[in-house]
Design a protein around this ligand. Structure first.
Ligand code: SF4
Length: 496
């Protein structure tokens, strides 16, 4: 029996959505696209929306989606009630293919939980013709598929537009699961862990150049998105700044900026008057400010703006009704920012905060701790930083602290993870410093979860087995300390 509470939750969310793609009720191939996190996170992810719209437009495919159930619904499922898909309320076993889109390392834990809740064998090697085929994709398994390998029949490496259709068609034509896996393993951008390993294969990340003319746009608009009820338009992929720690800057190469014509066409077809312009380097798009200026009646927002972005971006935000701004500062001292490849001068940060003070009530500033090259003085530097920031910005300042996690393919890929006790004590010091200032608050990621993130980011298959409880113990230091030798993701080539 399907959980009644899950059905009513999906119906509640569905009733508030504007669905902009045609949903089929019949297909030759039934595909369930799963975002292994809750609805509000999944629906805010433009990459997930892109794959959904690609599958909905495929003539042979019936596509539905699923998200991780909310906490209050989980006990029903754990007690034996069934999960169902979001739109058509079908059970997972009614689908031929289940496709997971993974954007965050720790969502691997939710993938494993969902496979269990779907009553499927979690290991690829234990599934047979009677089970749906389980495929994974997304930036995290593209960067390092190995911790994901035990659970997936196939992993798609790279951008879905560049080859997902071919994979789906091959599956539709295959006479057995085994023959499909053998054939699809020949694709350069598909990794079949049951047949291949990092030692004996070479893969290339799929890359789609036409994003320049065909940007991703929302196919679902909902008030529950983290961007509010806005129509999202992709304006860039990748980022030219190449900060030493940044996964998307290195994995999503080469950098592509969507043409002004294509962004304009997308804005013209907006179904609501709020438009979110998204991408890893929105404020690097040179022609965007002039384009935005033409749409005086549209309320714009941006996914990420650098503090050293052009003034025009802030002017747009001033008129958008936004009262809070978010910036990635990363380190309180200019010395450390230079060392990590994000050399924004102190002077510019405080100058900008001063200018923004009259129009914005609050700023949220992201920092990392445990960064390579970090010294004691870089933690004490929060004192001077906050004194200066409070001197120029009159509103609330919220510090968001995340432990540094080394990411594959970045210049910091071999760097160590600082370790829980060291991170806890650094966060404690920052909290103490911040407590001296009125109107400053601190949020932080728990170091124990950042450690899991680091294991998944830099791990191998044993990490996957360990997280699934199949392997009882691993030598964590092997993954968390400075790494020597061949890295688990070396068999993948990225374009530069
Ligand atoms: S500016 Fe932001 S998106 Fe670009 S490389 Fe640096 S951290 Fe990444």
């Amino acid at each position: 029996m399907i959980s009644r509470r899950l059905i009513s939750r999906w119906r509640y969310l569905r009733d508030r959505e504007k669905l902009l793609v045609p949903l089929k009720s019949y297909g030759v191939l039934n595909v369930l696209l799963v975002f292994p996190n809750v609805y509000s996170v999944g629906i805010s992810n433009l990459g997930f929306q892109r794959v959904f719209s690609l599958l909905c437009r495929h003539s042979d495919v019936l596509c539905d989606v699923m998200y991780y159930p909310d906490d209050e619904i989980l006990p029903d499922i754990e007690a034996g009630q069934e999960l169902c898909s979001f739109y058509l309320e079908k059970t997972p076993s009614e689908f031929d293919v289940i496709l997971f889109s993974v954007s965050f390392e720790n969502d691997l834990l939710n993938v494993i939980r969902l496979l269990r809740l779907m009553r499927l064998p979690i290991l690829a090697g234990e599934r047979d013709e009677s089970h749906p085929l389980i495929i994974g994709g997304g930036i995290v398994p593209t960067a390092n598929p190995e911790p994901f390998a035990p659970f997936f029949d196939a992993l798609f490496l790279g951008e879905a537009e560049a080859g997902l259709d071919g994979v789906i068609e091959l599956y539709g034509d295959a006479d057995s699961r085994g023959s499909f896996l053998e054939k699809v393993a020949k694709f350069k951008f598909v990794y079949v862990p049951l047949l291949e390993s990092p030692k004996d294969c070479k893969k290339v990340r799929a890359f789609w150049k036409d994003v320049v003319n065909e940007p991703t746009c929302s196919c679902v608009v909902t008030p529950f998105s983290s961007f509010g009820e806005s129509f999202m338009v992709e304006v860039s992929r990748g980022c030219p700044r190449r900060c030493n720690f940044c996964l998307s800057s290195y994995v999503c190469r080469p950098v592509r900026f969507v043409s002004v014509e294509a962004i304009k066409n997308a804005i013209e077809k907006r179904p609501v008057n709020k438009v979110g312009l998204l991408g890893t380097s929105v404020s690097e798009h040179k022609r965007l400010p002039d384009l935005i200026a033409r749409y005086r009646d549209v309320e714009f927002s941006f996914s990420s703006i650098r503090i050293d972005a052009k003034e025009q971006f802030f002017n747009v935000l001033r008129h958008s009704g936004a009262r809070t701004l978010t910036f990635g500062i990363e380190a309180a001292s200019q010395r450390l920012r230079e060392a990590i490849g994000k050399p924004v001068p102190d002077e510019l940060i405080f100058e900008r905060l001063k200018v923004l003070s009259s129009d914005f009530e609050a700023v949220k500033l992201y920092f990392m701790v445990g960064l390579p090259g970090e010294e004691d003085g870089d933690i004490s530097a929060f004192d001077v930083f906050l004194k200066k920031a409070k001197g120029v910005f009159k509103g609330r300042i919220s510090l968001s602290i995340a432990p540094f996690v080394p990411k594959p393919f970045t210049p910091f890929e071999r760097e160590p993870f600082a370790g829980q006790s060291q991170l806890k004590s650094k966060i404690k010091r920052i909290k103490k410093i911040a407590s001296q200032f009125k109107g400053v608050n601190v949020n932080y990621d728990l170091p124990k979860w950042s450690e899991v993130q680091a294991l998944i980011s830099c791990g191998d298959r044993d990490v996957g087995f360990y997280l699934a409880g199949i392997k009882k113990k691993i030598d964590k230091e092997r993954y968390l300390s400075r790494k020597e030798g061949t890295l688990p993701w070396r068999f993948i080539t990225l374009l530069s």
